[in-house]
Design a protein. Structure first.
Length: 284
């Protein structure tokens, strides 16, 4: 059986050192975004950041390479001389605490600088390495969030092979709350036929509610550039019966709006039952 080019390899990732011109950029996800790396070895099948390969071509598949912006700290120092303080989303196109961060520490040093200059941080990660930086976060205005797709670790390992376990991500929330940080969760994407039923959504919301999370966002699976080939490859290998239904949900112009309406109703009902309706924001 030949390897599928749309799934990350199990070999060591290719790490390149590259210079950057900017590292703090305007974004619709907040005032700014910060990405110290291009590429992410979490290798999530649904990752929308795959579009970055259009601008940073690599022979390796998504999940098998990382470009390290070696001058990120120096560039940020220069940008901070002129940038007006605001909220910074860390990170929008990679996980700032993916394994390579343990060696380079670029995200940590940039977060220190941002807080020193009076910026607010909105952190979203799937890595337990973020706990290393609780001391930094305690110095300023920080909301620490994790992404959860499912409570089923078997499913999580398939869709997010390089990410922390579900239990580890829930522990990040516990530790963040103990450190008196505001917390958040992105539940998504909800996986059609796997984690988008009412019982699964309710279980996710209940687990998050136990953590006292302030902000809960939910998102559906999206067919952003380069995403479908990776999703389709995973479905063919593990859930072939879902390949056509998911394709219709993503691409059928009549089925998709109906599906999203159904999903929204399920989320609203589950949020009411769990008692977190006031904390939930649907992103689809």
């Amino acid at each position: 059986m030949t390897a599928n080019p749309n799934l990350p390899t199990k070999s060591e990732p290719v790490i390149r050192e590259v210079p950057c011109r900017t590292v703090l950029n305007r974004t619709s996800l907040g005032d700014y975004s910060l990405n110290c790396y291009t590429g992410c070895t979490h290798g999530c099948a649904y990752c929308y950041a795959r579009f970055m390969q259009r601008f940073h071509p690599h022979d390796e598949p998504w999940g098998a390479f990382v470009d390290v912006k070696v001058n990120a700290v120096e560039v940020l120092k220069r940008q901070l001389r002129r940038a007006a303080p605001g909220e910074v989303f860390v990170s929008s196109a990679c996980d700032g605490w993916q394994p390579v961060e343990a060696e380079w520490g670029l995200t940590r040093r940039c977060c220190e600088l941002l807080l020193e200059y009076g910026f607010r941080l909105s952190v979203l990660t799937k890595s337990r390495l973020v706990l290393r930086d609780l001391d930094v976060f305690g110095r300023g205005n920080v909301r620490l969030g994790v992404t959860l797709t499912t409570l089923d670790q078997r499913l999580a390992a398939l869709w997010e092979p390089g990410a922390a376990t579900v239990a580890e991500r829930l522990d990040v929330l516990t530790r963040a709350r103990e450190a008196s940080l505001r917390t958040a969760v992105m539940i998504g994407p909800l996986l059609p036929g796997l984690s988008d039923d009412r019982a699964s959504i309710e279980a996710l919301l209940a687990a998050v509610a136990e953590q006292g999370v302030e902000n809960i966002w939910l998102d559906a699976l999206n067919a952003r550039p380069r995403v479908w080939p990776a999703v389709a490859a995973l479905l063919r290998s593990h859930f072939p019966h879902l390949l056509d239904p998911v394709r219709r949900i993503l691409f059928d112009q009549q089925r998709r709006p109906a599906y999203l309406a159904e999903l929204g109703n399920r989320v609203a009902e589950a949020a009411r039952r769990v008692g977190v309706a006031d904390h939930v924001q649907v992103c689809f």
